[in-house]
Design a binder for this molecule. Structure first.
Ligand SMILES: *Cc1c(COP(=O)(O)O)cnc(C)c1O
Length: 385
């Protein structure tokens, strides 16, 4: 049996929408992009969505639009994809890491206040694996210190915690439509806004900082555009937008399937002492089936499963332990919990097209791997199975 780490679930209705675009005038950002933005604003219950070509671009532009730049500091988590830190650095600002909670892997709000300096301008939490950070606490801290709050919701379109959804307490929320994400068009992203005030600036910044884009100029008599502020080339075209629109109606169904699979995995792993699952707070988005195993076994388990054609991932080795950040002088023990979880984590396949047979195969091989790699410590498990 082969079990891919991820398989998209695009359907013929998505291809139909794509064909509509290919038969139409606008391949670049145009009416279909707008259609997606409005539909996604409806799904997320946000006032505005600005579609861009990645979540990295979304975070970069959101921070820029909030006025963040060289000399500023942005507080974030080291247990994330490197893009979170890079987006901060793209503005000229510096990421300041705070450690994570051992139970969830999420940024620990109780450590944030100690990391605030005169240079701090914003907090950028990540809803890792699809579980939301404690946004109420972060909003309180941000208000007390006059900071902006920008969310990395690459894993969390569907989550909710304490009655709050992504974007509902922050200044901007950033989504990813990368190939393996819950909503995908291959490469894409979006910024979500509670209030419309940054909308115009973001639309301009995503197309070089121009006062108008091709779609808004089309059909009118020629009118000169200008560039009041130099921007970037980050717009999402109609081709990618087309693939996203119909998926929105299937998102909740996919979520239910992942929720079921996640619970099935959880039941299988609950009895194994070496395996720890991140705790979910509120409604998880179930983006990744992440496990924490003893660091001494992690890489061997990855090889064991890989040799048996099971796709696995690592989400993530802590950012401050990566080569380029070590060169900046970070020590792994600067953020010991993120370091430990980053050495322990292993993600198993989790997606709507994963069958129960495939899941059983993954669990069986995982247990087999654990038994052969740590024979003495799983004897209880052996006698049970
Ligand atoms: C995927 C991901 C990103 C980057 O998304 P892109 O759309 O590829 O730029 C950022 N943060 C996290 C946590 C991610 O998983």
């Amino acid at each position: 049996m082969h079990v891919e780490f991820h398989k998209h679930n695009l359907q013929s209705e998505d291809i139909c929408k794509l064909h509509e675009v290919l038969d139409s005038l606008f391949l670049t950002t145009g009416p279909v992009t707008r259609e997606f933005e409005e539909a996604f604003a409806g799904y997320t219950e946000l006032s505005r969505i600005v579609a861009v070509n990645s979540c990295t671009a979304a975070m970069h532009l959101a921070l820029l639009a909030l006025g963040i730049g060289p000399g500023d500091e942005v507080i974030t988590t080291p247990l994330t994809f490197v893009a979170t830190a890079l987006a901060i650095e793209h503005t000229g600002a510096s990421p300041v890491f705070v450690d994570v909670e051992r139970e969830t892997g999420l940024m620990d709000p109780s450590l944030v206040e100690k990391a605030i300096t005169k240079k701090t301008k914003a907090i950028l939490p990540v809803h890792l694996y699809g579980t939301m950070v404690d946004m109420r606490s972060l909003r309180e801290i941000a208000d007390r210190h006059g900071l902006f709050l920008v969310e990395d919701a690459a894993h969390c379109i569907e989550g909710e915690r304490d009655g709050i959804r992504p974007g509902h307490l922050s200044d901007a929320v950033c989504y990813s439509f990368y190939a393996t994400k819950n909503l995908t068009c291959g490469e894409g992203g979006a910024i979500g806004l509670r209030e419309a005030s940054l909308d115009k600036e973001l639309r301009s910044l995503r197309t070089h900082g121009m006062t108008s884009d091709a779609a808004s100029r089309h059909g009118a008599l020629y009118c000169h555009w200008d560039v009041p502020r130099r921007g970037w080339k980050y717009n999402l075209d109609s081709i990618h937008s087309a693939l996203l629109i119909r998926q929105l109606d299937r998102l909740n169904g996919y979520w239910e399937q992942r929720n079921f699979l996640w619970e099935t995995y959880k039941q299988a792993f609950d009895e194994i002492e070496e395996v720890r699952l991140p705790q979910i707070r509120g409604k998880g988005a179930f983006h990744l089936m992440n496990l924490w195993v003893p660091p001494s076994l992690r890489d061997s388990l990855l090889s064991f499963l890989g040799e048996r054609h099971i796709g696995c991932g690592v989400h993530y080795r802590a950012v401050h332990t990566l080569e380029a950040y070590k060169k900046l002088g970070y020590d792994p023990e600067d953020y010991p919990v993120a370091y430990e979880l980053g050495q322990s984590c292993l993600s198993l396949p989790l997606y709507s097209r994963l069958t129960e047979e495939q899941l059983s195969y993954v669990v069986e091989k995982f247990k087999e791997g654990l038994r052969s790699l740590a024979p003495s410590t799983v004897c209880v498990e052996v006698s049970l199975s």
